[in-house]
Design a protein around this ligand. Sequence first.
Ligand SMILES: Nc1nc2c(ncn2[C@@H]2O[C@H](COP(=O)(O)OP(=O)(O)OP(=O)(O)O)[C@@H](O)[C@H]2O)c(=O)[nH]1
Ligand SMILES: [Mg+2]
Length: 366
Amino acid sequence: MEDIQRQIEAIEKELKETPYHKGTEHFFGKMRARIAKLKDRIAEKQTKSSVGGGGGFAIKKFGDATIVLVGFPSVGKSTLLNALTNAKSSIAEYAFTTVNVIPGMMNYKGAQIQALDVPGLIEGAAQGKGRGREVLSVVRSADLLLVIAPLGKEKQFNQINQELYLNGVRINEERPKVEIKKILRGGIKVNSTVPQELDRETIIEVVREFGFSNAEVTLKEHLTINRLVDCLATNRIYTQALYIASKADVTSTEIHLSGGSDTTRMEKVIQISAETGIGLDRLREALWDKLGLVRVFLAQSGQKKNFEELIIMHKGDKLSDVMLKIGTEFAGNKDTAKIWGPGAKFPGQIVSLSIEAQDKMKVRFF
Ligand SMILES: Nc1nc2c(ncn2[C@@H]2O[C@H](COP(=O)(O)OP(=O)(O)OP(=O)(O)O)[C@@H](O)[C@H]2O)c(=O)[nH]1
Ligand SMILES: [Mg+2]
């Protein structure tokens, strides 16, 4: 593993010393691809070695969604976990108070949301500093990240983003719109539905570096080298994040809102104090929205309109998905539903199971 790390560093050094221009673009493409492949190998080794072990880092996902609290040491992650959930994670002034993954459960609007508190990240975490690698592996299992920095130290957001980025985590970013199809012969063919700045040669080099000799590549967005490498590397994760400024009780807000341009790419920062409770309601609401959870109230057959059973679904799920979640025993031969509330044109509308569930929709299958 150290050997691979050394290879990565050697390539990175070479790239730093090479000026980037049209003539070296394909070299950059090839080298970035090589780095990504080496990192994939490290990730692969880690998953293999963490089975059965992981020093308290092997955590089962549980509930309707999993959120992970990340940030530098002492920013208030554990204090926030304790404020949001039933957990009692240790809190102290010194760094690295938390040394394991501490899970907590938050019940919100009837959903069970698992929250995981992890040790503080530090710069170099992606290369394994501190308990970086272990923390980053937990981060990768999250449905949503809460990235935390004390109010006034929002620069940390960018540092954390950088560590996550180096570990293959892409935040609030869409998957590249690229299709790669293996073909039997003919080399590597590149088609694009939009104009590209990257040279065809660069694209081919990158694709070839990942082991393709014959392939049809279709690009459906304006690509950078990094995005091209992303769609070929295996350990990329696309995840959502909320940015949270903690300890808002101790700092006055005006000083920091001038902020600098670094934070503009990030969405709105939510200010909280886990100690006084400032902003926690807004945070719960924001994480509910970002997770895209949807409540469906169900009437059991036989009952009239007693919508007591709550099923938590995701935006975009159809009524047929709701039925799958309830289980085959219930599903039987039901293929139609009556709906009330959001999504219904009128109370008791009869619909097919291909329509999407809406938050607070009431449903009776028959
Ligand atoms: N004033 C104020 N202090 C806070 C708040 N939240 C946490 N703290 C303090 O900040 C210190 C660190 O809090 P922790 O919750 O242990 O921080 P952590 O991020 O879990 O730290 P590590 O586990 O070491 O990474 C403690 O002294 C807390 O009392 C807050 O909202 N307001
Ligand atoms: Mg802690």
